[in-house]
Each structure stands twice: as C-alpha cells, then as structure tokens.
Design a protein around this ligand. Structure first.
Ligand code: SAM
Ligand code: SF4
Ligand code: SF4
Length: 347
C-alpha cells in the first residue's frame, strides 16, 4: 500500500457559487452491474454485450486513493463507494483499507444491491468499511425480480442483510425507489417488515436521472403521499434533519418501531444543502447528479500532475459550481436532456 505521505495543499476548502462546501464524495468504482433495474440501467439500453469501461480506463486503486487524499485536503470527510455494482470490482477490500487510512476521512460507506454481499461482508468490515446501504425495491419475489431486470432474487437480498449484520454492519439503511403502479403496493409491506428491526427504511422518489429510463412524473409517488399512507397505519413523529448533507427526511414511529426516511428529490429538492461531489469510475468529477459533463481528473493524474495541481482542478470546478437541477426541474420548460447516467456516478 502507498505510504501515507502528508499532503501539502495550499488551497482553502472551496465554496461553490451558492456558498456550499465540499464535504462528501461518492466514488463509482465500476460502471458494470449484474442487475438491470429499469429505472437505472434498462436491459434494452444495456444488453449483455454492452461495452462498459475497460480495465485501463478505470481508475486503479492507487489512483483513487491519491485523488481522495486530495479531496480530503480540500475538506471532504465522508466517502461512499458505489457503482454500477461496487461489489463487482475485484479486491474491493483493498481499496477500502486504503481509503479508511486517509487522514480526515471520518465516514466510509457503500451502497450495494447486496447480491454479492454475503461472501464479501466480513472482508469489507475487516478492511474498515463503516456502513452499508442496501437497495431493496420490493418484498414480493416477482416484483423484486422485475425491478432488478430479471436478475435478482429477493431471498438473496434479505440474506445479504443478515450477512451484513453478522459481519458487524447492522443496522443498515435500506433504500427503496418507489414507482407508481409498479412497486407502490410494496410500501406498507416493506414498512411492516423493517419496523422494529433497527434498520432504517428510506423511500426514494423516482428521479429523472440520465436519459434512458423513460422517466415521466406520473411514475413518481410524492413522499408526502407515502408518508400519509404509512402514518394512517402507524403514526409518525418528525425527527430533526440529520447533519448538513443528510438528504432523507427522518421520521420515527410513535409506538417505538424505529426510524423511517423519505428522500424527496423531486417533490422537495434539497439542492441548497448539496455538498456532494461524484467521481466516475474513469476519473471524471461531477458536481451534480444531473450534470451533462464531468471534469477529467484521470488525464492530468496520469500525465503526472502534482497534488497541488489536482487540488486546483477540483477546487476550480467546485468554485464554479452553480448546480441546482432539482430546484429548477419544474421551473424550466426545456431542461437539457443530455446528461450522465445514474450507473456511471452511482446515485
Ligand atoms: N448498484 C448499487 C445499488 O443499486 O445499490 C449502487 C448504485 S445505484 C445507482 C445507487 C442507488 O441509486 C440505488 O439505491 C438505486 O436504487 C438508486 N437509483 C438508481 N436509479 C434511480 C432513479 N432513477 N431514481 C431514484 N433512485 C435511483
Ligand atoms: Fe445496478 Fe444499482 Fe443501477 Fe440497479 S440501481 S441497475 S443494482 S447500479
Ligand atoms: Fe445536488 Fe444536483 Fe441533486 Fe441538486 S440536483 S441535490 S445540486 S445533485
């Protein structure tokens, strides 16, 4: 492993044009996935012979580590590994160990569909991974299967939750993307299943990320509707919002059944608090989930850029940032349609 040489960057932590700090980095470690969720990577757009990034195009672990050190020097303290499916990246625990050792990184989490988790959870824990968020869109086996593009098995997803807990990751956050007429009938079942378990179920509004999922707003179930529905059965009490960059609205069951969350990116955008940058597997920095273009870091890195030079590129991109797509979504009639896909930057 590379030695932890102290980083000297004489650049102050940047603020963007809306005074938002840069505190969180989501790292897509691979653009491939073993699922084909229709809201993210629909099978017809990504058939089995689709050409994903090759090994040489992806950042190597030492390159990711180097870039993260620079981000940490600029104020990033929270990391999330994602993809594609992050567990498809070989030797992921080695990357986890490198990142966990970086000065200034306080939180290291991962979002996964869980299918490969049982075998990998203990090694990831040992390497220093802190938390796991698992995506689970239904308890019904057929609906789950459909929402994984015919590739996932809900029994395996539930077993993955147990395996993660056995490895010391519990309680987890469980993410469910809700689509009207497709899995909204699962909402009560999911709530009933996870109430009292300690896991925090979070319902996510279906977002118009990318261009291939055929999004339209009829498919979005606003969080307020879901919350009212759940509260009719199990009264809910609001909890204070989490730390600055926490995107979920937090509630607890009045009867002590634990916490539940709602991520309302469409009906109640939170751009004003968005302190997240995203790094694609091929080393491009994105300052918004809905960005059209990224800033290339791999090119300068491989051409021998110093830490200070990399920091200047990152700080420059962040300082120029004015993104607030979700707040503008309904105000601008012709929003640009060309934009990055979710599986490339990982949500
Ligand atoms: N493959 C991993 C997984 O599914 O957990 C990590 C990557 S996935 C892109 C990250 C998260 O984005 C998942 O929780 C997924 O449900 C969510 N997601 C993907 N497309 C979405 C969309 N169009 N709207 C809302 N959430 C979405
Ligand atoms: Fe794969 Fe995750 Fe996208 Fe589903 S949401 S296709 S599991 S990357
Ligand atoms: Fe952040 Fe862009 Fe999402 Fe707004 S739309 S919360 S700026 S990622």
């Amino acid at each position: 492993m590379a030695s932890p040489i102290p980083l000297r960057i004489d650049i102050a932590p940047p603020r963007d044009r809306r005074a938002r700090a840069l505190t969180d980095l989501r790292i897509s470690v691979i653009d491939r996935c073993n699922f084909r969720c229709p809201y993210c990577m629909p099978e017809d757009a990504y058939p089995r012979d689709h050409e994903f990034l090759g090994k040489a195009q992806r950042l190597r672990f030492e390159e990711i580590e180097r870039i993260v050190r620079v981000f940490a020097g600029l104020g990033v303290s929270r990391l999330r590994l994602t993809g594609g499916e992050p567990l498809l990246r070989r030797e992921l625990p080695q990357l986890v160990a490198r990142l966990a050792a970086i000065d200034g990184i306080d939180e290291l989490a991962m979002t996964t569909n869980g299918s490969l988790l049982p075998a990998l959870a203990p090694g990831l824990r040992e390497a220093g991974l802190g938390r796991i968020t698992l995506s689970l869109d239904a308890l019904d086996a057929d609906i789950y299967r459909r929402l994984s593009g015919g590739r996932g098995d809900v029994a395996e997803a539930l077993a993955a939750i147990d395996a993660a807990c056995a490895a010391g990751f519990g309680p987890l956050k469980i993410n469910c993307v809700v689509m009207r007429g497709i899995n909204d009938e699962e909402v009560d079942k999911l709530a009933a299943h996870f109430r009292g378990s300690g896991h925090v179920l979070r319902f996510i509004e279906y977002m118009d990320v990318g261009t291939c999922n055929g999004w339209n707003d009829d498919l979005v179930v606003p969080s307020a509707q879901l919350r009212a529905r759940i509260a009719r059965r199990w009264p809910l009490v609001p909890l204070p919002r989490g730390r600055g960059s926490e995107v979920a609205e937090r509630w607890r069951y009045a009867d002590g059944g634990g916490e539940i969350g709602f991520i309302s990116s469409v009906s109640a955008p939170f751009c004003g608090d968005c302190t997240r940058a995203r790094l694609s597997a091929d080393g491009r920095l994105y300052t918004c989930l809905f960005a059209r273009q990224g800033h290339d870091l791999r090119g300068p890195l491989r051409a021998g850029a110093s830490d200070a030079e990399l920091a200047a590129i990152i700080a420059g991109a962040w300082s120029a940032r004015d993104d607030r797509y979700s707040e503008m979504r309904n105000r601008v009639s012709a929003m640009p349609r060309e934009r990055i896909e979710m599986y490339e930057i990982g949500g």
